[in-house]
Every structure is written in structure tokens, then in C-alpha cells.
Design a protein around this ligand. Structure first.
Ligand SMILES: Nc1nc2c(ncn2[C@@H]2O[C@H](COP(=O)(O)OP(=O)(O)OP(=O)(O)O)[C@@H](O)[C@H]2O)c(=O)[nH]1
Ligand SMILES: [Mg+2]
Length: 363
């Protein structure tokens, strides 16, 4: 499950990527600095791990992770191959969700490919390129679906009509994610793997001053995102990158404090990206290791066990589950048991965010 960072060239995508992950991407003041995608693993900040560490005192603590890809900038004409566009679009297709970075900072020294700062216009440019690519993809899908309607089967006819309606919808300048879908059409559309059907969140990359006082673009972007049911994260990528370079925790705290922040803006972004990918966390806790594991929402206990080891899934017998809140309340596994708050669950159990799991299995 990967989240791709998308936007015009030179808007701060790689700068943001470098704040998020410990992989280092080259960032520089010229368009198309990034060509090959940079892949990074990002730790998901989770306060609950601190609490568990205090109670369990393990040798080590491992946070959940999510994968982020820093993709080359897109320009007008990308869908037609402009600026190596087609290749970049393929990089986007491989991601399950999109973080769209919008430049909301003024800085005469930093080149803007369109000459002026206007994130609403920039967003449209990217939208149009992705839509053009989707129209191409849909045209092929419609052609294919058309062959099946000869069968006269109701489902085949409905599939064809769904794709045709969607094609018209995107041709009118809309993103596929805004197309009204139901239980029948959603899986058909999902199969076509459209770029504009991926869940998205917008990052307003602002300057230091706007973190405190806002900025004329933020409201407009929020309004635009609300129409798409998308979220917006406001952060200052360059400053966060600078803060990241500071050696001590105290120094970093001091600088964040000056910005009026209690935590780096990228932490909010990571949590939102995690949500966007429909991911959630369960914990395992032992004296050797307290660990957060990443799974999808709605996963069963055996599926969750499979993330640790495929044998855990194949040989799954049962899971002992403690709710995180109960663990914190009673302070230890033994006390939770005493209070009758440990439950034993079978194969059908749907894991909930914050569950503390202990799997029983045979191999
Ligand atoms: N003033 C200011 N400069 C920034 C900010 N974010 C990034 N920059 C600068 O903008 C330039 C481009 O940043 P990158 O992160 O390389 O941009 P990119 O979007 O990855 O660009 P491409 O890889 O070319 O698509 C660098 O010189 C950064 O230092 C910001 O918030 N404020
Ligand atoms: Mg870059």
C-alpha cells in the first residue's frame, strides 16, 4: 500500500518527502529535479506506543509504517508524453492514494513553471492531465465492455453503461472519484484503475508566516477540497526540513514552539495518509518488543496474523485480544485477565484499531 506525492515541478514534493522519511531524495531549485521515483518507508506517529512502552518496558519499540513515493513533477501535456509525462503517470497508477502538493508560498527565487503562485490553477492543470489519461483508459474499457453486451446479459449491459456514463462524466472535466457510485458500479470502476479515482489529500505548502497567520489560498483550497470530500493539510515543508536537521530533540521542540506547533505538520500528514489508505494498527506487546502492525480496515484475525508471518495465517487457531484502553487501565496482561477483559476470538473476528493481539497457531 503506497501513497504517491504528486504535483507540479518545483513545488516542494521532495522537500516534503525528506521530512517524512529517512530516505533522502534530491531536492533543488529547478523543475524536474526528480525523475526516478523515490520510495521511502515512513513511521506512523502513535502516542499509544509511548504508553505501552511505559507499561511493558520492552527492549525495543517498533512503530507501524506506511510507504510513500516521491514522484516527478507533472506539467501540462503530461498525458501526451510532455516532460516524460507518461512514465510519471505510470508511477502514480502504482499508488493506492495521492498526496497532492500545492505551492502556496511566495518566493521570487524559487522557479514556478507557470510563472505565478496560484494553487487553484495548478490543481486544475494536474487534474486535467490525470483526467485526459483516464479518458484514454476509459475509451479502451468502454470498447471492451461493448463487445460483451451482445450476450444480452443484464449485468454486461449495465457494466457498459456505467463505463460510458463515467467516460462522459470525466470528459466534462470531473474527477472519477466524484462520480456517484453504488455497490454494482464501484467494483467495475475500481477495476479500470483510474488515476482520478484514487483517494486524495491536499497539502498546502506555505511559508513560515502563513503557518501562524494563514494565507489567502488556504481557504480557497479548503473550499475546493470540501467539494471532493478531500482533506487538506497545511504545512511548511522547507521549515520542517530545516527543523529536521537540528540535532537535539530540545532544539526541534523549541523551533516548533516558535511556529505555534505541538508536533511537526508532517505527523498530521502521515496519520491522514494512513487513513486515506484505509489502514489501521494493531499491537503486539512483549518484553522483547512492543510493535505496531499495519493492516487494512475490516481485516480478519487470520489476515492480521499473516502480516507477522504467513504461517500465523495458515495455521491460525485463535487470537487473544485485549483492547488498548483496557490494557492501559489495568496496567498488565495478568490484571486484564483477572478483570475478565481478555477475549478469545476465532477466524471470523474483525480486528479493530488498537487491538492488542496474541495469536495461537500451529505449523
Ligand atoms: N521558500 C520556500 N521554498 C521551498 C519550500 N518548499 C520547497 N522549497 C524549495 O523549492 C525548491 C524545489 O523543491 P523540491 O522539493 O525539489 O521540489 P519538487 O516538487 O520535488 O520538484 P521536482 O522534483 O522538480 O518536481 C527547492 O529549492 C526547495 O528548497 C517552501 O515551503 N518555501
Ligand atoms: Mg522532486
Amino acid at each position: 500500500m503506497k501513497c504517491g506525492i504528486v504535483g507540479l515541478p518545483n513545488v516542494g514534493k521532495s522537500t516534503l518527502f525528506n521530512c517524512l522519511s529517512n530516505a533522502k531524495a534530491q531536492s533543488a531549485n529547478y523543475p524536474f529535479c526528480t525523475i526516478e521515483p523515490n520510495l521511502g518507508t515512513v513511521s506512523v506517529p502513535d502516542e499509544r506506543l509511548f504508553e505501552l512502552e511505559k507499561l511493558v518496558k520492552p527492549e525495543r519499540v517498533l512503530p507501524a509504517v506506511v510507504e510513500i513515493v516521491d514522484i516527478a513533477g507533472l506539467v501540462k501535456g503530461a498525458s501526451k508524453g510532455e516532460g516524460l509525462g507518461n512514465k510519471f503517470l505510470a508511477n502514480i497508477r502504482e499508488c493506492e492514494a495521492i498526496i497532492h502538493v500545492l505551492r502556496c508560498f511566495e518566493d521570487g527565487n524559487i522557479v514556478h513553471v507557470e510563472g505565478t503562485v496560484d494553487p487553484i490553477r495548478d490543481k486544475e492543470i494536474i487534474d486535467i492531465e490525470l483526467q485526459l489519461k483516464d479518458i484514454e483508459t476509459l475509451a479502451k474499457a468502454v470498447e471492451k465492455a461493448k463487445k460483451f453486451i451482445k450476450s444480452g446479459k443484464k449485468d454486461d449491459v449495465m457494466s457498459y453503461e456505467t463505463l460510458l456514463n463515467l467516460q462522459n462524466f470525466v470528459e466534462e472535466g470531473n474527477n472519477a472519484r466524484e462520480f456517484p457510485m453504488d455497490d454494482f458500479s464501484a467494483p467495475i470502476i475500481s477495476e479500470v484503475q483510474l488515476l482520478t479515482n484514487k483517494p486524495i489529500l491536499y497539502v498546502c505548502n506555505v511559508d513560515e508566516n502563513s503557518i501562524k497567520n494563514g494565507n489567502e489560498w488556504i481557504g480557497k483550497i479548503e473550499e475546493m477540497a470540501a467539494k471532493e470530500n478531500a482533506e487538506v493539510v497545511v504545512l511548511a515543508a522547507q521549515i520542517e526540513a530545516d527543523i529536521n536537521e537540528l540535532d537535539t530533540f530540545e532544539e526541534r521542540e523549541m523551533f516548533l514552539d516558535e511556529l505555534g506547533l505541538t508536533e511537526p505538520g508532517v505527523n498530521r500528514l502521515i496519520r491522514k495518509a494512513y487513513d486515506l489508505l484505509h489502514l489501521q494498527t494493531y499491537f503486539t506487546a512483549g518484553v522483547k518488543e512492543v510493535r505496531a502492525w499495519t493492516i487494512g480496515k475490516g481485516w480478519t484475525a487470520p489476515q492480521a496474523a499473516g502480516v507477522i508471518h504467513t504461517d500465523f495465517e495458515k495455521g491460525f487457531i485463535r487470537a487473544e485480544v485485549i483492547k488498548y484502553e483496557d490494557f492501559v487501565k489495568y496496567g498488565s496482561e495478568a490484571k486484564v485477565k483477572e478483570a475478565g477483559k481478555l477475549s478469545v476470538e476465532g477466524k471470523e473476528y474483525i480486528v479493530q484499531d488498537g487491538d492488542m493481539m496474541n495469536f495461537r497457531f500451529n505449523v
